[in-house]
Design a binder for this molecule. Structure first.
Ligand code: GDP
Length: 519
């Protein structure tokens, strides 16, 4: 652990709504001695208010105001100071492609599961995105202070549902009314509830586990593999911690695990000017990074955007000139937003793994590579198949040109995806989350002066298709009404259902139907 980048841990939390992501985030920041908070962690009651404010602003101005990066640093015995970059994966109603894309910018993830509910749909979706990139996952089974399901049942569900090895690192001693605390399996120490609130305030002891639980724990542990760092870092095994975010159980152990087990910044797959594949190491001298998210400015009169860049290599310094792959024109990054700053004086530098917010006027696009020499392009930053499809209907048919420009712009920015059907003239937009549709309509009006409505589309999902020209031609002959082109002109199969996708895949084994598309 001597490489200069090894004290960064850039991670995200994946979970289903209500599993406890917000509560855990707050506790991580508290336990981790948060030094700076970009945006705010919403409180429960405030969440609804924040959402309605957001919607109002969204509708009036067509912008987005979500929090994005939270950074904190703490000392660890034998490791020195570790800096954590926690990237927010927007959930709930603002679940969007951003949520997926954020996972392309992290080195590891914490998967939060409700002890009573196990693996839920959104957890699974986000997990699949992690798996695509072999992102290592630490599992936190939350809410063990309440009556949950038996421990082995949860462990087996994670193992079976996600095809992962699970290795318990702690064990709840009783749950719900019988909750006695959390046993750390490595040290044999129990942290116990204290006071009326039954929270964890710091009392850890070696007292033996109460007899009625001892046997259960011993038996329970058997049959699960020992922790294996290689297997974890490769995404094949997940260490599992039990706890209660609300009552502060298991959070310190979780932070410790991220510091000690989670990987430092990873090398990023790339290609060079000749199109040859390679990787950029975090230790490489040249400053490189990629844009994984673009957020529009509050002020509708300004075309300002904040582009979020994940630094891949080199030491970034304020004022530095970088060339975005999209525009090809070098730009000086004079006023970067650095989220990790303890105080603004040391905020002029960022290291691999850090996130930099770059204000710009629309020159920076999601998926862009930024570099000093403009000779590499990062790969592995896919588009994700939309889960909601709508037809766009213009209120004023003379505005077709403006609409096309707007849809192309907004799809480049990553707000929506656009599909142009082979037959018919009604364009289709696709999004991952419902809220993006409202953003689309309000931005069309505010920025492009285009009034449009969205109508149901006869399709449920889309898949990028690949194959030989002949195979594509054969397929097109029978399926013309289901074919479209995306904004790069690549062929897309518009499916009536997910079942339709499997059916076509079976009938056309020489074609691949992909739910993601590499840029
Ligand atoms: P999110 O939707 O995943 O961000 O979940 P929240 O953090 O907002 O939590 C959802 C609900 O579960 C809230 O009412 C929390 O107070 C509650 N909650 C979160 N963690 C725990 C826990 O460890 N124990 C119990 N009993 N409730 C919890």
């Amino acid at each position: 652990m001597t490489e200069p980048t090894s004290n960064r841990r850039t991670f995200a939390i994946i979970s289903h709504p209500d599993a406890g992501k917000t509560t855990l985030t707050e506790k991580l920041l508290l336990n981790g001695g948060a030094i700076h908070l970009a945006g705010q962690v919403k409180a429960r009651g405030a969440a609804r208010r924040a959402r309605s404010d957001w919607m109002k602003i969204e509708q009036q101005r067509g912008i987005s105001v979500t929090s994005s990066v939270m950074t904190f640093a703490r000392e660890f015995d034998g490791l020195g100071e570790i800096t954590f970059n926690l990237l927010d994966t927007p959930g709930h109603e603002d679940f969007s492609e951003d949520t997926y894309r954020t996972l392309t910018a992290v080195d590891s993830a914490i998967m939060v599961i409700d002890a009573a509910k196990g693996i839920e749909p959104q957890t699974r979706k986000l997990f699949e995105v992690c798996r695509m990139r072999n992102v290592p996952i630490i599992t936190f089974v939350n809410k063990v202070d309440r009556e949950g399901r038996p421990v082995y049942e949860i462990l087996d569900e994670v193992a079976d549902a996600l095809a992962l090895d699970v290795s318990p690192q702690s064990w709840p001693v009783g749950m719900g009314g019988l909750f006695e605390g959390i046993l750390d399996l490595a040290s044999g120490r129990i942290s116990r509830p204290e006071g009326d609130s039954r929270e964890f305030l710091g009392k850890v002891d070696y007292e033996p586990v109460p007899a009625e639980f001892a046997e259960e724990i011993e038996l329970g542990q058997m049959g699960y593999p020992e922790f294996d760092l290689e297997a974890y870092r490769h995404g094949d095994l997940t260490p599992v911690f039990f706890g209660s975010a609300l009552k502060n159980f298991g959070v310190a152990e979780l932070i410790e695990a991220i510091a000690r087990l989670a990987p430092p910044p990873r090398p990023q797959p790339s290609s060079n000017t000749l199109g040859e594949a390679g990787v950029i190491e975090p230790t490489d001298k040249e400053v490189t990074g990629f844009i994984f998210k673009v957020q529009a400015n509050m002020d509708p009169m300004h075309r300002d955007r904040i582009a979020f860049m994940r630094l891949v290599s080199g030491t970034f310094k304020r004022g530095m000139k970088l060339t975005p792959s999209g525009s090809g024109k070098p730009m000086a990054v004079h006023s970067p937003i650095l989220f990790f700053a303890q105080d603004r004086e040391i905020a002029d530098e960022a290291m691999p793994g850090d996130i930099i917010g770059i204000p710009n006027h629309g020159t920076l696009r999601v998926g862009d590579t930024l570099s000093e020499a403009n000779k590499v392009r990062f790969t592995g930053l896919p588009n994700f198949a939309p889960e909601i499809l709508r037809r766009v209907q213009l209120k004023d048919p003379t505005k077709t040109k403006q609409l096309r420009k707007a849809l192309d712009d907004l799809s480049e920015e990553g707000v929506i995806q656009v599909f142009y059907p082979e037959i018919g003239s009604q364009w289709i937009v696709g999004v991952v989350g419902q809220l993006q549709l409202e953003v689309l309509i309000s931005r069309l009006e505010a920025e492009y002066k285009v009034a449009a409505v969205l109508e149901g589309a006869p399709f449920d999902t889309a898949r990028w298709i690949k194959g030989s020209d002949a195979a594509l031609r054969d397929f097109a002959e029978f399926n013309k009404s289901n074919l479209a082109k995306d904004r790069d002109g690549d062929p897309v199969f518009m499916a009536r259902s997910v079942w339709d996708v499997s059916y076509q895949q079976e009938r056309n084994p020489e074609l691949t139907f992909s739910a993601t598309k590499e840029r």
